[in-house]
Write a protein that binds this ligand. Structure first.
Ligand code: NOJ
Ligand code: CA
Length: 686
């Protein structure tokens, strides 16, 4: 017999009762189970001898996730972990194909089975009820808590969520640490799974038996982001991003938590060609969003990142009317849809890094004529890409949000890049004014609420949002398609600040980690292969082109100075042609952290594109063109690493060009240099 000790809860509530071992398991009978549509993935749900809700996951008959408990620590009552019994369960299933307005693929298949299990704590533990919905796909799994209305809890104050993932095998993990000062802008670590500490999601793993997993979340709305904490061996537990106000999440009942998700596949390809989180989000709430069109853009930006120009007013000011006209001319001439201009507004002259109370979102600096440049852009068929840096002061931004969006709408701006630069977020807490400053994490409940407020407000003005220093993507672009993009990882900009700052492994790792969460505005296209003080990039020239195929974004930048783009006419020709919207995307060769070659079909033509990025190991690939239309032959224009190219020396600039005639089933040999890449356009021959 086991005695459950009385717990010290803030409420005047003591436990006098002892629970008999096995009582809960007996009370709820045999485990409740459900399987994925093809039967390969099976979840089994029960309560353990202490009444903890527990699930296991098997795949192809093998235990993948061992007994893992579920529940919460609440700030003002007994924990919602022990003392549960199962009071009922329901099953359901769903099958549909839905269409994305833009994306890596036009059509997404959703085929799943659901199991809803209802838990209720015995009176001694507070009689609280929680339902857990499990959803099984052939290539993944999700679970979420659904908290129903109930007499003993009107508002739930979550001190932490205790969702476990007890992996049954060790293996390799690719991850970045959760809760660090630099948000998500970290170099990925590769370690044994049992060497992970606390990680952001998605975290990608390759188990000893070769199974590939990515643990993440979907539909993060009005809740704090989940970090994964390794508790022992290969067992992980959720821990939520903290809040300065005590509980990590405060919600009135009823509500549903985000989904906790695991993509499951035999290969890296199966992880990448997987729409689990999108399928776990609500359908488009905005209706027609054709006012935004996927595009490529340039910007008055890299010059500030390198330090040649400044965001602040003065002799080096980047955002001048004259320079913006020059960039608009270049965009118009070369078919770029937009020009991003940072530092156009008042507020940059002080310590804007983490002190954003100075920012105005409606007043331009004297040397930047906002009306004139937007008019000029419209005349040339180009859009200004708006910019709102907040310095993390979201109270100041929210106070001006409506006016800011109204102004941009009036001027025909259809996309805005936002920014939240500040250590660890530096976000203001509710109730604070623009003059006060209190630490909030960039991925806590308050900031999650803020982002959605910005996205919903922008949507009313037909404006799309591309957030820098954001909260991670959890598939919300399905529900709010105008949340087109985020940076939200270590982007190209780091290469301006140090030699090989993003090492050769970085982008081939992003493909299988950060990119699983959604599009990224990586800002590729540094054709000079140079940052500030001529520091070289860990990239060949061909890799800069391969990035457009490796890292999906509906708004793809050509980030270099326009003079440097112009100095590379053949590479610029590729950037001009490559689409930012795809009918289909397939990973045709690749391994996590090593290399990634995609085949993607243009959404607006019959063209296919093949290419991607490599790490530091040179490799020779044979790419089978299985995906091409059998009734067509294609002219292949190829940009590839030149002989002897390597990121390590000046040979990084060596590129070779080739034109071939190819058809379905042909094999295209490809040599990838150390730090190299590849870009191929396949256009149906006449
Ligand atoms: C910091 C970001 O890293 C950079 O890309 C951006 O230009 C500045 N903030 C200003 O928003
Ligand atoms: Ca590698």
């Amino acid at each position: 017999m086991r005695i459950i000790p009385a717990f010290a809860a803030p409420l005047a509530l003591t436990l006098s009762c002892a629970f008999v071992s096995g009582a809960f398991a007996q009370g709820s009978g045999t485990p409740v189970t459900a399987a994925s549509p093809d039967g390969s993935i099976v979840v089994s749900v029960s309560v353990d001898t202490d009444g903890r809700p527990t699930y296991t996951l098997t795949r192809k008959g093998k235990l993948l996730v061992g007994a893992s408990s579920l529940g919460f620590i609440v700030a003002d009552g007994p924990t919602m972990v022990r003392g549960n019994r199962i009071t009922g369960s329901e099953t359901a299933s769903g099958q549909q194909t839905w269409e994305q307005p833009w994306g890596e693929r036009r059509f997404v298949n959703d085929n799943h089975n659901d199991l809803l299990v209802k838990f209720e704590q015995v009176p001694e533990w507070g009689s609280r009820r929680m339902n857990v919905r499990f959803r099984l796909f052939n290539d993944g799994f999700g679970l979420r808590y659904e908290l129903p209305e109930q007499p003993t809890m009107k508002t739930m104050k979550i001190a932490d969520e205790l969702t476990e993932f007890a992996l049954t095998q060790n293996g390799t993990a690719w991850w970045i640490p959760g809760g660090e000062w630099n948000r998500y802008e970290q170099v990925y670590q590769k370690s044994a799974i049992d060497g992970v500490s606390t990680a952001h999601t998605p975290i990608t793993m390759k188990l000893e038996d070769g199974t590939h997993l990515a643990i993440h979340e979907a539909a993060l709305v009005d809740y704090s982001a989940m970090w994964l904490k390794r508790v022992t061996g290969t067992t992980f537990r959720s821990t939520l991003s903290p809040s300065p106000n005590g509980p990590k999440v405060v919600r009135d009942l009823p509500f549903k938590t985000p989904w906790r998700t695991i993509r499951i596949a035999d290969s890296a390809k199966g992880l990448v060609e997987n729409d689990l989180e999108l399928n776990l989000n609500e359908p488009n709430k905005l209706g027609d969003v054709s006012w935004f069109k996927p595009m490529k853009y340039i910007g008055i930006w890299w010059g500030m990142i390198r330090g040649d120009w400044s965001w602040a007013e003065g002799p080096k000011h980047g955002a001048t009317t004259a320079r913006t006209r020059q960039y608009i001319d270049f965009a118009a001439k070369n078919g770029f849809g937009g020009v991003l201009v940072e530092g156009w507004d008042k507020g940059w002259n002080g310590n804007w890094f983490g002190n954003g109370k100075e920012f105005s979102y409606t007043q331009a600096t004297p040397d930047f004529d906002l009306e004139a440049v937007t008019k000029y852009a419209a005349k040339k068929g180009v859009q200004l890409i708006g910019h709102h840096e907040t310095g993390g002061n979201i109270a100041n931004y929210e106070a001006q949000l409506e006016d800011a969006m109204k102004l941009y709408d009036k001027l025909g701006v259809r996309a805005v890049k936002t920014g939240y630069v500040a250590d660890a977020g530096g976000i203001l807490a509710p109730g604070d004014t623009p003059d006060t400053y209190r630490m909030e994490y960039h991925d806590g409940q308050r900031q999650v609420q803020h982002h959605l407020k910005v996205v919903e407000t922008a949507a009313r003005y037909h404006i799309a949002i591309n957030a820098h220093e954001p909260v991670k993507d959890t598939g919300l672009r399905r529900t709010y398609p105008n949340w087109i993009d985020r940076e939200g990882a270590r982007g190209m900009e780091y290469n301006a600040w140090g030699q090989f700052a993003n090492g050769p492994d970085h982008e081939p790792t992003l493909v299988y980690t950060r990119m699983l969460s959604g599009p990224m505005d990586y800002t590729p296209g540094i054709l000079s292969l140079e940052g500030a003080n001529k520091v070289p990039l860990a990239s060949t020239l061909a890799k800069q082109l391969g990035l457009y195929l490796a890292l999906y974004s509906p708004i793809q930048m050509a980030a270099d100075f326009i003079e440097n783009l112009e100095a590379h006419p053949k590479e610029l020709a590729f950037i001009k042609q490559v689409p930012a919207d795809w009918a289909e995307s397939h990973l045709i060769a690749g391994e996590v952290g090593d290399y990634a070659i995609f085949a993607r079909k243009d959404r607006n033509s019959e063209d296919w594109y093949v290419g991607g990025v490599n790490d530091a190991t040179a490799r020779s690939l044979s790419l089978t063109l299985e995906f091409l239309d059998p009734s067509k032959t294609y002219t292949a224009t190829i940009w590839k690493d030149g002989e002897g190219a390597t990121y390590e020396t000046d040979a990084r600039h060596r590129i070779a060009y080739q034109t071939l005639t190819l058809k379905k089933g042909d094999v295209l040999p490809a040599w990838l240099a150390p730090g190299g890449g590849l870009a191929v356009r396949l256009h149906p021959a006449k």
